[in-house]
Design a protein around this ligand. Structure first.
Ligand SMILES: Cc1cc2nc3c(=O)[nH]c(=O)nc-3n(C[C@H](O)[C@H](O)[C@H](O)COP(=O)(O)OP(=O)(O)OC[C@H]3O[C@@H](n4cnc5c(N)ncnc54)[C@H](O)[C@@H]3O)c2cc1C
Length: 390
């Protein structure tokens, strides 16, 4: 009988397990893969995400440090460059292996290559069935990522406009270093209509990918091939697909004894696709609530507190990121043009990306300015058209 079983050894699961071990909880982590394992991801870890870790990320895992964000739309580009890093780039196989090792160092048991097939919640415990046996724990954290199915015992399935699909390729550097510097990430809007594409540097290779809402990104492999071709990469390069939940949607995050964390809980920035920070933090929050519950009356009702903590900590930010993403889908031309066409729009967005500004602050700043920018852009276009005529 364990105090806690954690399903999944990604950032959410490993961060939960590490804290649980440090709190002295009898903890078992079950992961279906052997690590290091591949995980489809851009690998951008923000300073916010790093701030949640209780150790420093070793230098050899930092494949690039990002100071600039370049936004492209319909042949125009704009860059926001700051003095503070926007993110560090990691390979998820190495990053996740480190987080798991840190969890192990806290005294937990991790069983790799063991897939959880089902959960049965009872009055005083949860029974966990795997492809190799069965276990029991007072509480379970489901940190199985976006594509797991255990989460649907707690929260409903997402509709097609509540999750995204992404395709990603890792491409070795071959003479493209001038176009794509090592200290900048490139975001291309308007890919496949309402989707976006990215090129992220990773030292030896680049992560190149596309993403968009499942309801609007049709024939993603074809779009990805076109994106690769247009950027000068091999359109037939091996690509991996993965789901990504839209954050900011009210979802149930806990039952009496089972809590969802990370992508399984749908905690993700809908506009940027950032999920690692929310995964680490939600895993830790889940354990704090479980630890309190175990050390007090063992009151499982206390788990409702988890939903409140997550809501208070990042609920508003995720909702406003969803609002921005939806505005982008409703008025793609306007938003794309704003982001790619006005320096302070992109500079202030960089403040959101570095957690200096909340999305709410950004939107409150942006929305009243939208007509002004459009007006300015129209006047500028009219002037240059007039100039051309003369
Ligand atoms: C293409 C793409 C690009 C992205 N780029 C970024 C980025 O640049 N920056 C960023 O912050 N976020 C990014 N994200 C989001 C980020 O990858 C996720 O938010 C993050 O991985 C969530 O962590 P997690 O621990 O919840 O889930 P995961 O990292 O998915 O880990 C879940 C783990 O659970 C295991 N598992 C699943 N089912 C079972 C089971 N039944 N039994 C046992 N084990 C199981 C899996 O093998 C896996 O190891 C990206 C996502 C995608 C798809």
């Amino acid at each position: 009988m364990f105090d806690l079983i954690v399903v999944g050894g990604g950032p959410a699961g490993s961060s939960a397990a590490r804290l649980a071990g440090n709190l002295g909880l009898e903890t078992l982590l079950l992961e279906k893969e052997q690590f290091p394992r591949y995980k489809a991801c851009g690998g951008a870890v923000t300073e916010q995400a790093l701030s949640y870790l209780d150790f420093d990320l070793p230098a050899h895992l930092r494949e690039a440090t990002i100071f600039a964000m370049r936004v492209h739309y319909e042949g125009r580009s704009i860059e926001a460059r700051g003095e503070n890093p926007l993110a560090v780039m990691v390979s998820r196989s190495a990053f996740d292996a480190l987080l798991l090792e840190k969890a192990r160092q806290s005294g937990i048991t991790a069983r790799m290559g063991e897939r959880v097939r089902g959960l049965e919640e009872k009055e005083n415990a949860v029974e966990v069935f795997t492809d190799q046996g069965a276990y029991e724990a007072t509480f379970v954290i489901v940190a199985e990522g976006a594509q797991g199915t255990l989460q649907h015992g707690i929260r409903s399935r997402d509709r097609k406009d509540e999750y995204g699909v992404c395709l990603v390729a890792e491409i070795q550097n071959e003479g493209t270093s001038q176009e794509y510097p090592q200290d900048a990430i490139d975001i291309h809007f308007g890919i496949g209509g309402m989707g976006y594409g990215w090129v992220f540097p990773h030292g030896e290779y680049r992560s190149v990918g596309i993403g968009g809402l499942a309801s609007s990104l049709h024939r993603p492999r074809r779009i990805m091939a076109g994106f690769l071709r247009d950027r000068g990469f091999d359109p037939n390069h091996r690509m991996t697909g993965h789901m990504i939940p839209a954050g900011g949607i009210r979802r149930t995050l806990a039952s009496r004894r089972i809590l969802l964390a990370g992508d399984a809980a749908g905690l993700l920035d809908s506009f940027t696709g950032e999920g690692i920070a929310y995964a680490i933090r939600s895993g830790q929050n889940a354990v704090k609530v479980i630890g309190d519950s175990l050390s007090s009356s063992g009151d499982s009702e206390a788990l409702r507190e988890y939903q409140t903590i997550c809501e208070e900590e990042f609920g508003a930010n995720l909702r406003y990121s969803l609002l921005l993403a939806r505005l982008m889908h409703r008025f793609p031309g306007v938003l794309f043009k704003l982001l790619a066409g006005s320096q302070d729009v992109i500079d202030n967005f960089a403040r959101v990306a570095t957690a200096q500004w909340t999305y709410e602050r950004y939107l409150r700043w942006l929305i009243p300015r939208m007509p002004k920018y459009l007006l300015q852009r129209q006047r500028k276009a009219a002037r240059s058209a007039g100039g051309n005529r003369r």
